[in-house]
Design a binder for this molecule. Structure first.
Ligand code: COA
Length: 138
């Protein structure tokens, strides 16, 4: 029986481990355990984990800036893919963000992650052909 529940800070070591081994997910600036603890506190309830008993088998980070929502680091353990867990994690995070007044949510998908892009497309997300992601380190 797989359950989806909000991520709590004690999930972070296992979630980070999942993310560090998931193709298409990159731990980067802001992804230390301490920084992610802060992130969860700033965005209560939005990030989700999938649990099989005591075992964390999927996770997604979610938050918003008061206007747009962002999802990051969606990953499901390889042995549990294709069972609707990724879709359930995303659905739950979007539902919480919607409850918090967010009406549009964005993700960044690495160009070398076509299977990730296919998953998002299958779940109804659209590519933003008119835009290009840009960034700067502070
Ligand atoms: C992407 C990922 C999270 C999907 O998780 P999952 O639990 O296997 O996905 P689901 O079973 O919920 O699939 C949901 C839908 O997407 C489809 N789908 C999933 N992976 C797909 C893929 N690689 N290509 C095409 N469709 C895919 C499923 O067929 C399903 O469609 P349906 O519900 O209409 O039948 C998982 O493959 C993963 O962890 N990948 C590595 C990390 C990654 O790429 N993350 C995304 C970063 S942007």
């Amino acid at each position: 029986m797989i359950t989806i529940r909000p991520m709590v800070s004690s999930d972070l070591p296992v979630a980070r481990n999942l993310w560090s081994t998931a193709e298409g997910v990159e731990l980067a600036e802001g992804d230390s355990e301490a920084e992610l603890r802060e992130y969860l506190a700033r965005n209560p309830g939005a990030s989700q984990v999938a649990m099989l008993g005591e075992h964390l088998i999927g996770a997604v980070l979610a938050g918003h800036d008061g206007r747009r929502g962002l999802l990051y680091h969606l990953a499901v353990s390889p042995g549990h893919r294709g069972k609707g867990i990724g879709r359930r994690l995303v659905h739950e995070s979007l539902s919480i963000l919607n409850d918090q007044g967010v009406r549009r949510v964005l993700i960044l998908v690495a160009r070398d992650n076509p299977s990730g892009r296919d998953f998002w497309a299958r779940c109804g997300w659209e590519s933003l052909e008119f835009a290009e992601a840009m960034g700067i380190d502070l």
